[in-house]
Design a protein around this ligand. Sequence first.
Ligand code: EPU
Length: 344
Amino acid sequence: MAPCHLEMSEPQNIAGAAGRDAQVEEVARRCGVRAERGRRFAELTSLRVGGAIDWLMLPETEEEAACVAGALEESGVAWRVLGAGSNVLADDREHRYVVLSMREVKGGARFEGERVTVSAGFSLPRLCVEAARQGLAGIEGLGGIPGTVGGALWMNAGAYGQEIGQVVETVRVARGGGVVEVPGGEVRWDYRHTSFKEGELLLGCTLRLRPDDPEQIKARMEEAKQKRFATQPHGARSAGCFFKNPPGSGISTGRMIDEMGMKGERRGGAVVSPVHANFIVTEGEGARAEDALRLAEEIRERFRREHGIELEYEVELWGADREYKDEGAASSNEPARGGEGGEK
Ligand code: EPU
């Protein structure tokens, strides 16, 4: 930034912040949703770290959520979507954008024949249990993923040979303040990644499942749960696997970090889980996002050096430098995005 710009930036930012607050309040009023201040990522993410949030908006229906997304876009206010917060590492600074929480957009799961229609904020584990009870198979392997349906869709969550993208018939997406129904076949469902774009808010979906004997589905679900209990930390503050497995390699990043002798490695309040080495868990009141990031970067550095592989993050890293667009500080690598973070 040029020095002359710096001299100008303070008064501009103050004016910008006041105008933006008024805009957020207006959006909240217009769409009839709650907007809160004084919240922190440390209370809203499973890693229990991360800094203050300028505004948290909490729609309760798909329509309200679509209204908020459209109105924020229109007014040029930057925003990000958070679901259960189980796949997000937000840094320790003050995050000066709107966090649109989808947690309350849950409604109920509606079953009709082989189909189930559900909103983005609905709990994925609960959906898996209800589907099993209805004698519908296809998502029983995902029962232990502690996220919302929206987050699972956003990143194509998967486990034990199943991915949510395999069973999606349609996804409801907020675009331009309205709701658009996108056929699952038009979405690219890659390994822990999809073709949904920033600015697209996922509101819900219809899944098409496969009828099967409820007892058998429950047994497979129980088997996946036991495997997960035996091989992954539970009850710990984690965001699931921190890194992707190197695509197409058949290599487990966790196994390799384990073989590098890094289980139990600690930086401040962050530890490489002694149970599964691709999990970074946080401990204690003093744990900071910075600790987890430092540890993660050290793992990446050693991985690069010893295996010549560049590990890709599986968790979403949310930097606070995503400022409001009207303050002119939007950075291209930290875009406003309408997808769900915080989920598996
Ligand atoms: N292993 C070790 N040490 C470890 C971790 C694993 O030796 O610290 C060994 C295991 O014993 C096993 C092999 O490595 O022989 C593979 O381990 P695992 O079955 O746990 O699979 P993974 O490749 O490490 C992937 C997903 C998990 C998912 C499981 C089960 C990724 C990055 N991880 O783990 O997903 O639950 O398979 O399907 O794709 C997540 O997405 O957050 C996640 C945890």
